[in-house]
Design a protein around this ligand. Structure first.
Ligand SMILES: NC(=O)c1ccc[n+]([C@@H]2O[C@H](COP(=O)([O-])OP(=O)(O)OC[C@H]3O[C@@H](n4cnc5c(N)ncnc54)[C@H](O)[C@@H]3O)[C@@H](O)[C@H]2O)c1
Ligand SMILES: [Zn+2]
Length: 368
């Protein structure tokens, strides 16, 4: 199954071509050539990490070379620690040493760490050069590759420094997931459940029906899952490209408590695993506020378990540090945390009147 769609964001007026297709890495050169529409021998710089570069670097570089790009490759050390300014600086040095100019295109090949860092570099090198993204983790396929957010971490917190920079091309090869650790595949599925919960009951039911085949990376179904997720994200991002209104906030469902758990467990759990716990707590909070039926929470919990995602916090973290972290969250405005809650599966609602005692109860339900 192959498909593509275009997203036109409001401001700045930029178009991102999204292609989801088996072995698409081998076609990126031609795709970029067509999109850029410039016959000159342009520079193409692939930023990847050591692991992903070893697996998929060659095929991408060959494709770019075959489409008459002058190619360069720079590999980062895998892991979140590469998402910092000092590492961005090593990439700037690489670009300077090779005389990379304004017409160049920078291609991120890897998970969300690579695309956030490479995106940040592309947005800032010479005040912005073209960016393309070839995501290779499920987290990146369905979330990080798309929407234009780039970031690095600083000592004050995760993703605190960044800029919006829309890629010209997102090329997803679903089968890169075959080499990914299965724990990372499952963690990525948490974001898919999130997209379903904030968009449509039928997409949620699709997960219930196809869960097993999806976990085993059935080609057709995983391709469909990626496309459906990107469409959900596109429908939200095109209404609020620069996160100026409440619309894009919906994508934070499960992330307020999820991020607090992630910070407090010192990143022992995967991001998606924390989001799984955060979504369950947000569902229970929705029930406590009289918004959501208990039966919906039972369905959500069953699906998360089916995907092998955590629904309980084994390493007990007290509520105190979690609530402190939520208070300091960059998404907290005017003192009151804004929570994305559910009125039903597929029907999100933003509330800023949630008492801290309710948040505590919802969080503590994960320790029971
Ligand atoms: N910009 C956004 O909108 C956005 C959205 C979600 C997440 N993120 C960011 O994404 C980051 C997490 O990304 P991630 O979960 O993709 O982790 P990651 O980029 O760290 O990749 C996880 C590990 O998998 C390896 N890997 C990647 N693809 C592989 C493959 N196909 N086969 C084998 N190994 C592979 C990598 O080398 C790495 O060790 C976080 O920093 C998060 O903040 C950004
Ligand atoms: Zn997330």
């Amino acid at each position: 199954m192959a498909a593509m769609f275009d997203l036109e964001v409001q401001h700045p007026a930029e178009l991102t071509r999204v292609t989801v297709k088996l072995n698409v890495c081998a076609e990126v050169g031609e795709l970029l050539r067509t999109l850029i529409g410039d016959g000159r021998r342009l520079q193409a710089v692939v930023i990847t990490d050591e692991r992903v570069g070893e697996l998929y670097g060659e095929v991408l570089l060959e494709s770019l070379g075959g489409a008459s790009f002058v190619t360069y490759e720079h590999r980062l050390v895998p892991g979140e620690a590469s998402k910092r300014l000092a590492v961005a600086d090593t990439v700037y040095r690489f670009l300077a040493d090779h005389g990379i100019g304004r017409d160049a295109v920078l291609i991120a090949l890897g998970g969300g760490v690579v695309s956030d860092l490479a995106g940040f570099v592309a947005a800032t090198w010479m005040r912005g050069i073209r960016l393309a993204i070839c995501p290779t983790t499920l987290e990146a396929d369905i979330d990080a590759c798309f929407g234009g957010k780039t970031a690095v971490n600083v000592p004050g917190g995760k993703n605190l420094v960044g800029v919006f920079h829309q890629p010209v091309l997102v090329a997803v090869d679903p089968m890169c997931l075959r080499t990914l650790d299965s724990r990372d595949v499952r963690a990525g599925l948490a974001e898919s459940v999130k997209h379903a919960l904030i968009s449509s009951e039928s997409f949620f039911a699709w997960h219930e029906d196809n869960g097993k085949a999806v976990v085993s990376l059935d080609e057709e179904l995983i391709t469909e899952l990626i496309l459906r997720n990107l469409r959900v994200k596109a429908s939200i991002v095109e209404k609020d490209a620069l996160e100026r209104t409440h619309t894009r906030m919906l994508l934070n469902f499960g992330h307020t408590i999820g991020h607090a758990i992630e910070a407090c467990c010192e990143f022992e759990l995967r991001h998606g695993e924390c989001v799984s716990l955060g979504m369950l707590a947000a569902c229970r909070l929705s029930v406590a506020l009289g918004l959501l039926k208990e039966s919906a929470v039972t369905r959500v919990e069953a699906l998360l378990k089916q995907f092998g995602l955590p629904t309980r916090l084994a390493d007990r973290i007290e509520a105190g540090p979690i609530l402190d972290t939520i208070r300091n969250d960059k998404k907290v405005r005017g003192g009151a945390p804004q929570f994305v809650l559910l009125e039903n599966i597929g029907r999100p609602v933003v509330r800023d009147d949630v008492a801290e005692s309710r948040i505590r109860e919802a969080y503590e339900s994960l320790l029971a």
